[in-house]
Design a protein around this ligand. Sequence first.
Ligand code: MG
Length: 392
Amino acid sequence: MEKRHIAILGSTGSIGRQALDVISQHRDLFEVELLTANNSSELLIQQAIEFDANAVVICNDDKYQEVKEALEPHYIKVFSGMQSVCDLVTGDNIDIVLTSMVGFSGLSSTVAAVTAGKTIALANKETLVAAGKIVMGLAAKHNARILPVDSEHSAIFQCLMGSAGAPIEKIHLTASGGPFRTWNRKDIAKATRAQALNHPNWSMGSKITIDSATMMNKGLEIIEARWLFGTPGEKIEVVVHPESIIHSMIEYADGSVIAQMGHPDMREAIQFAFSYPFRLPLNNRKLNFAELGNLSFSKPDMEKFPALKLAYLSLEKGGNMACIMNAANEAAVAAFLQERIGFYDITDIVQECMDGAEFVAEPDLDTIFRSNEEAFRKACEIIDRTAGRKSF
Ligand code: MG
């Protein structure tokens, strides 16, 4: 395989750091071109020097001088601001763009990379949730390949390889169930920030870990799968699988089910997106089936985890509804992490925003940005009201 030149958007986050670990195992095959971060200047500087990046972007202007002074002696170019990310990802020196930034803020740079025909290693699922139809349309138009990094979607993608284009009958999207799988609704209602951040299987950033506790993460993944694989919502079924060994499954018309498995380790999906269609060695833990013993499965509880219902509803409505759901969720999760609202307030706020929002059936990109902003603002109003009440 020829050497691949990689941009990592969000290199100081959980996925970004694991991506650099993958690259460090294959320095002869992967070259770091661009690293970007919002605020974590110290780690960004360290990464840029270690991997000899061509350029970095620190989005926070206040940190620009610090990063510039540290990296100039190493002949590493330093930029600041979101617009620089959008400009630099289109560079001829870049083959693959890993989108591992958090939330809707990743949309504009993803659109820039897709429009430039880059291969996208997609870790930022909110991009497809908010603007799936538009982003997939642009990818087709500009011949940009989108390779999933989300473990479930990487699994589905891998299960589809070698199926000769046979249509998917059903996607079985596995979910760990998060930290509250065995809790009752009354206890979940009183769950604290620390309890929600305590994910049983996966080590991830704080936003996605809260999304896993509400199961909104699985809701977002249903929508992500809908756009990545063109499978309608009614053919995407969530199955709770607490061991997180099967990362997802595809069912074909003849009833044959193909699963992809491994210990939960994001580096596997990241590496496969970087090396596709080739497979490279990785220093991860390998499966021992005799030691595993049993794998278990159950139906998700939609009453305990209303986020799943909201996700299916937003797919059914279409248009800008998933964008509204995502924006409200981002605002509510941030408020929960600040301990301003209770656990079920998150999904209550999302529901209220979806009920009250202005629906647009065929949104363009400008409408998506506006809907996101409006839903975020509306959610913040409800949060202020809710936090004032301190009902939890
Ligand atoms: Mg996932």
